[in-house]
Write a protein that binds this ligand. Sequence first.
Ligand code: TA6
Length: 300
Amino acid sequence: MTTNASAVTAKPEALGRVTFLDGQGEMPMLEISTAWSTAGIYLHGAHVTQFKKKDEPPLLFMSQCSRFTDGIPIRGGVPVVFPWFGAREGSSQHGFARVKVWDLKEFVPAPDGSVSVRFRLPDCPEVSGYPPFTADYIVTVNQSLTLQLIITSQSKDAEFTFEDCLHTYFEVGDATAISVRGLKGISYLDKVAGYVEKTETDDLLRIASEVDRTYLNTTGTVEILDPRLGRKILVEKQGSASTVVWNPWIAKSRQMSDFGDEEYQRMVCVESGNVASNSISLPPGGSSTLTVKLSSETLK
Ligand code: TA6
């Protein structure tokens, strides 16, 4: 497995747009610069911490209290949740992928000025309980940010069942002023109400208390309408049957040591993946790709 830059496949024209540096906690990271945008990605968790279009506020929310420490997830950006979502007895929440140092495999320039970077989850003790598989993560930066998590079974005889989720934190002007559109009529598990199953009745979901909802069997685009920043964020996805919406609100924010007490006011998570009853079962040798495209435009 490879983590050093010299062994990476690269074409010369891409080198000007990818910079290797020590990020916070002296953790290795990449800064990507394109004609339209900049992005930051830590090898720790293959974690995208920044995507910013020129002349726009950051798209991704990052907590000022995030830790940058081995074995601990980064708070904000896009945690890669795999191979399970949520709590699991005897293991840490949301899987181990987000706390592993991923191997950087290649970066690929495209003639249109995009830069794509591919990471692979390294061998680690935790994978021993599963049929053999590879997990690749491709991040493409241009006018938008496209994320692809590709899970491929290497097993000849065993089925591989897992959950995945790109647990994206978005920066908003005021969480109580935004609307989340695209989930009306969809059934969801309401974690705040003890995982009771409900159906979304609102065309425009508003946040006025803790929200922690797992919407199931939904493949559609979700929009975040943000009047304070004058921005509409689009979350388009493929290979994803679940959308999770989360805002911790006041009490939970205070409980989280790596999250500011007031920071719930500036973020919302709209997460795309395959969780709970939408978990994926791959046949031997099968492959699944979760693709999420994040973009923004002026709110009209
Ligand atoms: O996706 C929503 C959620 O599962 C919430 O229940 C929640 O507490 C959160 O993710 C953050 O989890 P974390 O393990 O990163 O603290």
